[in-house]
Each structure stands twice: as C-alpha cells, then as structure tokens.
Design a protein around this ligand. Structure first.
Ligand code: C2E
Ligand code: MG
Ligand code: MG
Ligand code: MG
Length: 283
C-alpha cells in the first residue's frame, strides 16, 4: 500500500467515521471531566407497596447536569457511552454512590430497603463486570442482599453467550435480580423460568394506556398472576394518575413506582422521604 493510496482512502473513508470517533472522544473527555467536577448525581425513586405505604426498594437513576448545556437524559448518555468502555466507569461510580447511600440510610436507623441499580447491555461485554460489582460490595461492606440489579431482556438478547453465566454469578453473590421493562421485549417469559429473578417490573407503556376495559388491564392482570406463580414481587412502573393507581389496586398489583407516588429524588430529599414514611408506618 503506497502512501498515496493511504492518503486517498483516508480522504475517501474517514470524514464520517472520524466525526463519529471525534464525537465519542469528546464524550469521553466530557465524562472524565464530569466525574471530576461532580456533574453526575444519583437520584432515588421509591417503589411502594400501596396497601401499607411501605417503601420496598429505592431505584438509583443517573442524572448528568452539564454547565451551560443542562440535563443530559440517561437514555441518551447510555446510548452514546455504550460505544465505549467508559460506561463501566460510570456504573462503578453509580454503584458505589448508591451502595454508600443505602448504608447511610441503614446507619441512620431507617428500615432497610434494597437499592436497585440499572445495568445496560454493553456492560455485559466487559469481562470484569462481576468482579467490579463484587469489589464495590466488599469495599462498601453493603450486604449483597440489599443490592438489586435491574436487568432487561435486551441484555440477554444482546449477550446470548455471556449474560446467563453473569446472571448466575450475581445470584451466587447473593444479589437480587429484577427484570426491568417487562412485557415489551421478545420471549421474556422463558427467562423467568431460566433465571431466579426476585422482581418483575411492568413497563410503563402498559400503565400509560391503562383503562378499565383496556387490553393493558388484561395484560397486567396476567403478568401479576405470572409473577405470583414465580414468587416475584411485581412492580408497575410509571404510575402517574390516581385512576391508574385505583385500577392497579383492582388488578392486585401490589407494588407501584411513578410520579404519582414520588418523582426521582436527590439524596437530600430522599432521606426525609424515607424518614417520613417510616414514621407513618410506626404510627
Ligand atoms: P428505567 O430503569 O425503566 O427507569 C424508569 C424511568 O422512568 C426513569 O427515567 C424514571 O425517571 C422514569 N419515570 C419514573 N416514574 C415515571 C412516571 O410516572 N412517568 C414517566 N413518564 N416516567 C417515569 P430516566 O431516569 O430518564 O431513565 C431512563 C432509563 O435510562 C432507565 O429506565 C434506565 O434504563 C436507564 N438508566 C437510568 N439511570 C441509569 C443508570 O444509572 N445506569 C444504567 N445502566 N441505566 C440507567
Ligand atoms: Mg430500572
Ligand atoms: Mg423500567
Ligand atoms: Mg430500562
């Protein structure tokens, strides 16, 4: 290959690739700086048993506030960051922050609840994922029992070889597993049999269109029965209105999460929320 050809192919092929690569490099730098400058924060959204008002879990959700740009939605960040290994660094930070927060709540005497952390498909290509999670649990000394990892069917679909073994490793470590966004993927029912999940989260699209006679109602009712059969806790995601909650009650879906109950809260808001709930339960 001559220098001349190299130059030509460079001119011919790279403008698109290099702009993509340049963007990713920029993103990498921004994430590094963001971590240093404390632009990242973890918000916490409660999952609640409506019959008692008891908090059954707190879900950690990433927020990234870039000065002069504003809030970058996690879906956008993870879609882009998924193309690099940086995602594991972010996850490491989220896990550590969330585990430490959970311990702080326990040490403050609040009723212990599991902390739920989301994982993305790309992370399952990293051979150090399990080790990373295990190391954070050791370092923070959080009992693995109090960590729940929220996994999607997409993770399994995109990591057919690696994911089953990793799910098993997590389970063996004593970590709880939740199947997130249930109902929108393919063939996820089989996964309930294959893996030992503790929690089934019904995707918010079913709740959004929920009316008394809707097909969504029939579907949720079926999913609740399914979850019961597998001894899982079933959580409806994205509950926004009182009428949705009323319907979920009649459908015997015992646990709910959504703006109606609480928006995702910064740590400084989540602690008083938990304190108040605990006080109400003791009354
Ligand atoms: P998810 O795990 O299914 O999280 C639920 C999403 O629904 C969150 O959006 C939450 O803020 C939002 N939500 C909660 N209640 C309501 C409601 O009543 N109505 C509506 N319309 N939305 C509600 P968010 O925080 O933007 O996160 C979006 C997705 O990004 C998450 O979906 C999760 O898949 C991913 N994600 C968020 N944080 C992390 C993270 O720390 N790590 C990874 N790997 N993924 C994350
Ligand atoms: Mg989730
Ligand atoms: Mg979800
Ligand atoms: Mg999700």
């Amino acid at each position: 290959k001559t220098k001349e050809q190299g130059k030509n192919s460079y001119q011919f092929y790279t403008p698109i690739m290099s702009s993509e690569a340049a963007l990713l490099l920029k993103l990498e730098n921004a994430i590094h700086k963001g971590l240093e400058r404390r632009e990242f924060s973890v918000y916490y959204q409660p999952q609640i048993k409506w019959s008692s008002g008891e908090v059954t879990a707190m879900e950690a959700l990433l927020r990234w506030e870039v000065p002069e740009i504003g809030l970058i939605p996690p879906s956008k960040l993870f879609a882009k960051a998924s193309k690099t290994d940086l995602i594991l660094q972010i996850t490491q930070w989220i896990l550590q922050t969330a585990c430490e927060q959970n311990l702080a709540w326990q040490e403050a005497g609040l009723p212990p609840v599991p902390i739920a952390v989301n994982l993305s498909a790309r992370e399952f290509q990293n051979p150090y994922l399990v080790e990373t999670v295990a190391r954070i649990l050791q370092k923070t000394r959080l009992d693995p029992h109090w960590l729940e990892l929220e996994l999607t069917e997409k993770i399994l679909r995109q990591n057919l070889r690696a994911a089953p073994g990793i799910f098993q490793d997590f389970h063996n470590l004593g970590i709880r597993l939740a199947l997130d966004d249930f109902g929108i993927g393919f063939s996820s029912i089989g996964y309930l049999k294959q893996f030992r999940f503790r929690t089934l989260k019904i995707h918010q699209s079913f709740i959004r269109d929920l009316r008394g006679t809707s097909q969504e109602a029939a579907l949720i009712s079926a999913l609740v029965t399914l979850g019961r059969g597998f001894n899982l806790r079933v959580v409806a995601e994205g509950v926004e209105t009182p009428s949705q909650l009323e319907l979920l009650k009649t459908l015997e879906c015992e646990e709910v999460q959504g703006y109606l109950l609480s928006r995702p809260l910064r740590a400084s808001e989540a602690t008083p929320f938990l304190t108040q709930r605990a006080a109400q339960l003791n009354r």
